[in-house]
Design a protein around this ligand. Structure first.
Ligand code: UD1
Length: 311
């Protein structure tokens, strides 16, 4: 069993990844500064003797190096980030610090302390407004936000470090991740977390546009499983890979599933489409299957049912 360092361990994807690593018998050192992560997400992990938590900012000088030196992890799963595209537009300097500089520090720590594998939280945002669907990893990258640009820059940094210093870098381009613990607080949170909260409150949801827009929604359980696999499997070569389902689901379909369970909620209100909104997004899932034998296996309907069941 290995020791794995998870940055952003108290976040949405980080906490699920931590839970799965612990369930598989690994030791986990989790780092988070609770900027957007929540201690409550670690409730399960903190009951495990195999989990160690460090409250720290991974973008601050010296932090990562010290944690990696002490923990000597076999792999780092780097999920700490500024996660909001809108916030990256409002504060591009903070985006650079959290989404580029911190990645550089991960690469340097991996180099100095002999880490074998780095798994990085990239994003479908690297593709920007590329329109040929499904999106393949070799599609043209045209980021349209500081966030997408930072994720693309971080991929390049890690791949360059990996080739120079002999570790493996796996860059996971997540599509629209959903599931328990996703924060619905901001209007720019993932639409499923917003719908979940609104329906639960018996309130009407807002659909921007006609609701026919589609996304490749992937369960956080599948995403966490991909992270665990990439961090623990020997023999993978460095590279980028879509973490998606390869299936499109419309917003109307999502709203219908919730509406069937919450008949008391008001009918969805329609508002004009958001500026800059893309209509369709869909990933090509075949590379993950070929390279790491990974296929998303939670159907969207099951993932929504899990949220609804939670009560
Ligand atoms: C993602 C980012 C967003 C960014 C965009 C551009 C997330 C959670 N969002 O958006 O910040 O600007 O990429 O690359 O990563 N919707 C509603 N009602 C709501 C909320 C959303 O109809 O209450 C719609 C949106 O207009 C959109 C769809 O639902 O058409 C999905 O929205 P969202 O979950 O924000 O994902 P992306 O559009 O992929």
């Amino acid at each position: 069993m290995a020791t794995i360092l998870v940055t952003g361990a108290a976040g949405f994807i980080g906490s699920h990844t931590t839970d799965q690593l612990l369930a598989a018998g690994h030791k986990v050192v989790g780092v988070d500064n609770f900027r957007t992560g929540k201690a409550a997400n670690l409730a399960e992990a903190l009951r495990s003797g195999a989990f160690q938590f460090v409250e720290a900012d991974v973008a601050a000088a010296g932090v990562l190096d010290a944690v990696v030196e002490e923990a000597r992890p076999e792999a780092i799963i780097h999920l700490a980030a500024l996660v909001s595209v809108q916030e990256s537009i409002a504060d591009p300097a903070l985006n650079f610090s959290l989404n580029v500089l911190a990645t550089q520090l991960v690469g340097e720590a991996a180099r100095r302390h002999g880490v074998k594998r780095v798994v990085f939280a990239s994003s479908a945002a690297v593709y920007g407004d590329a329109t040929t669907l499904p999106l393949r990893e070799d599609a043209e990258k045209r980021p349209i936000s500081p966030y997408g640009a930072a994720k693309l820059a971080s991929e390049a940094l890690l791949l360059g470090h990996a080739a120079s210093y002999g570790f493996t870098a796996r860059c996971h381009r997540y599509f629209n991740v959903f599931g328990p613990r996703q924060d619905p607080a901001s209007p720019y949170s993932g639409v499923i977390s917003i719908f979940d909260r609104r329906f639960r409150e018996g309130a009407a949801v807002t659909i921007f546009g006609d609701g026919q827009q589609t996304r490749d929604f992937i369960s956080v359980h599948d995403v966490a499983r991909a992270n665990v696999r990439a961090a623990t499997r020997a023999g993978l070569a460095s590279g980028v890979v879509n973490i998606c389902t390869g299936r499109a689901t419309s917003l109307l379909d999502v709203a219908r599933v919730f509406a069937a369970h919450y008949p008391q909620a008001g009918a969805p209100r329609h508002e004009p489409a958001r500026a800059g909104d893309i209509v369709h997004s869909l990933g090509e899932a075949t590379r993950a299957a070929a390279e790491m034998d990974f296929r998303a296996d939670v159907p969207v309907a099951d993932g929504l049912a899990e949220l609804i069941r939670r009560g």
